[in-house]
Design a protein around this ligand. Structure first.
Ligand code: AMP
Length: 280
């Protein structure tokens, strides 16, 4: 596995690969890799292609420097892990990647007025800028993103549509621990007991989505039942077609396997957790 830190060097490397007619699969991450990230890599193995993984903790998408500073960093362990994954190249850009960022002033309402877009001002503009910069450098044919960060997935679809990029996006289902807690790099900041408490979020989500005719009562349903150590930030059910609409996306049939999606965000001991679940 090559490790490349310089933008010119990765561009030359990609150029060589393309000249040799290789297909490029790209998996962007912020590191501290877990089985969720590895599931994206595994999914990419089904396509005959050169796999490029990037690790960059993007300061632009943190709306609070404390959160950025606390974000877990485990680069040596990540490199050892990736060496076992049949990766062609790990791109580890330095801060220079933040020069020459694409300019974008506004995003559709979904990315600023609901869910994480509402509670994390400028978060999605930050994600948009860095991902478009990475896509412009790597020119991938296939990219892999997790449903765990569902609004981010919608943002990447929007970015691809808006810039008319010839990139196929693969959506990967959320990987969870044995108790149902969605894997996240931030889980490293939790104790075993906090993780156990946090896993009640998924259990409640499942319970809620299995009941019908209660969609208007979601917040009180969660507030009544959720552990007192968890502070709910938002909790909403949105119809798939409305979700696409408000995020400025054209909906295609394959997007509507489920009529609704439940979104949850909350804090336990200052650590932010998000999850979502589709249902009919
Ligand atoms: P991150 O390193 O958190 O920026 O995540 C990099 C990619 O991994 C994103 O596409 C995430 O949606 C995806 N991802 C993170 N956690 C999970 C998970 N538990 N299951 C599946 N994909 C995930």
């Amino acid at each position: 596995m090559k490790i490349i830190t310089k933008i010119e060097e990765i561009k030359n490397h990609i150029h060589r690969l393309k000249n040799e007619n290789h297909i490029i699969s790209f998996i962007p991450t912020m590191g501290n890799l877990h089985n969720g990230h590895l599931s994206l890599i595994k999914k990419s193995q089904s396509i005959v292609s050169k796999k490029i993984v990037s690790i960059f903790i993007n300061p632009l998408q943190f709306n609070n420097t404390k959160d950025f500073d606390a974000y877990p960093r485990k680069i040596d362990k990540d490199i050892e892990c990736l060496k076992t994954q049949n990766i062609d190249c790990l791109f580890l850009p330095d801060e220079n990647i933040l020069d020459d960022l694409p300019i974008i002033d506004t995003l559709p309402d979904g990315f600023t007025k609901i869910l994480c877009g509402k509670y994390r001002p400028n978060h999605f503009i930050g994600v948009y800028k860095i991902v478009l910069r990475l896509f412009n450098i790597i020119s991938p044919d296939y990219v892999f993103f997790g449903e765990k960060d569902y609004q981010q997935l919608l943002l990447i679809k929007f970015l691809i549509q808006k810039n008319k990029l010839n990139i196929k996006i693969n959506e990967c289902e959320t990987i969870r621990d044995l108790n149902g807690l969605a894997l996240s790099s931030r889980n490293n900041l939790l104790t075993q007991n906090q993780k156990k408490i946090a896993s009640s979020i998924y259990k409640l989500m499942q319970e809620y989505t299995m009941k019908s005719n209660i969609k208007h009562q979601i917040l009180s349903y969660f507030e009544d039942k959720i552990d007192k150590l968890i502070e709910t930030e938002y909790c909403e059910v949105i119809e798939t077609k409305d979700l696409y609409d408000i995020h400025g996306l054209d909906i295609i049939d394959s997007d509507i396997n489920f009529k609704y999606r439940l979104f949850y965000a909350g804090y336990i001991s200052g650590v932010r957790l998000i999850d979502n679940l589709s249902f009919n």
